[in-house]
Design a binder for this molecule. Structure first.
Ligand SMILES: C[S@@+](CC[C@H](N)C(=O)[O-])C[C@H]1O[C@@H](n2cnc3c(N)ncnc32)[C@H](O)[C@@H]1O
Length: 227
């Protein structure tokens, strides 16, 4: 499918898919959405609640690497080690990465090296990007994830249910549930009733929380029990 780079409301770039009229991030602001949903409502509360200093994260849709970038920034500021697994079936091309403006917008010179390294790093092997940040990029379909009790946090960042309803199903959330450790947490920008019901059906405890600018609500789902 054709992909083009666009600028979102907060000045950060994202990728637009004309055929689906769908974006990799919110049109209101890619960076502010990534920080609100995955960092402020996912990573930070998880650190505060558990006091863990090593956190394993699974990202559903590695895409542009923006969520990995903001995770690294927050984790390094808090001295937390991250083991990050990004699953992606359709990797972003080098020429597309070069057009993304996250580094200019973040104004963090160290981020430039990190961002280049996560994109040039090998797939399918764990790579130490910096001391305290290990990345494994896996080129595969979400439908093929079979990990069991491996992750503390899941960033569920698939395209919306409007265009990929099959990814917001009981079948996929059951895989996510199994992939999490007990008390593991999944966060997503989505807030649809059908998504919430699919999460509840597989056993998650689900909270509706304030969404990023332009979106009233988002969901956070916790695995309280082994089922
Ligand atoms: C909303 S975008 C992810 C944005 C990404 N988290 C970022 O920060 O750029 C959804 C991603 O899921 C990928 N994708 C779509 N369907 C998939 C599937 N069935 N299995 C694996 N990846 C898929 C797309 O290529 C895209 O990169």
């Amino acid at each position: 499918m054709k992909r083009e780079i666009i600028i979102t409301g907060d000045g950060s770039s994202t990728i637009h898919i004309p055929e689906w009229n769908e974006q990799y991030h919110s049109k209101h602001g890619a960076l502010q959405e990534a920080k609100h949903v995955f960092i402020n409502t996912g990573l930070i509360p998880y650190i505060n609640d558990t006091n863990k200093t090593e956190i394993s994260i699974l990202e559903i849709g590695f895409g542009t690497g923006l969520n990995a970038l903001v995770t690294w920034e927050e984790a390094s500021a808090q001295n937390i080690s991250i083991k990050y697994t990004g699953v992606e079936a359709y990797p972003v091309a080098k020429e597309e990465v070069e057009k993304l403006n996250f580094i200019e917008v973040l104004k963090d010179p160290k981020a430039e090296f990190f961002f280049k390294d996560i994109h040039s790093s090998q797939w399918e092997v764990e790579m130490e990007i910096t001391a305290g940040f290990k990345l494994t990029k896996q080129k595969k379909f979400f439908q093929d994830i079979e990990d069991q009790k491996m992750y503390d946090l899941i960033y569920f960042d698939a395209f919306g249910a409007r265009v990929q309803p099959e990814l917001w199903s009981v079948q996929i959330f059951s895989k996510m549930y199994n992939a999490l450790k007990t008390n593991g947490v999944l966060v997503t920008y989505a807030a649809k009733g059908s998504v919430r019901r699919a999460m509840l059906e597989v056993g998650f405890v689900v909270e509706r929380l304030p969404g990023p600018p332009g979106k009233r609500e988002m969901l956070r789902a916790t695995k309280k029990l082994e089922i």
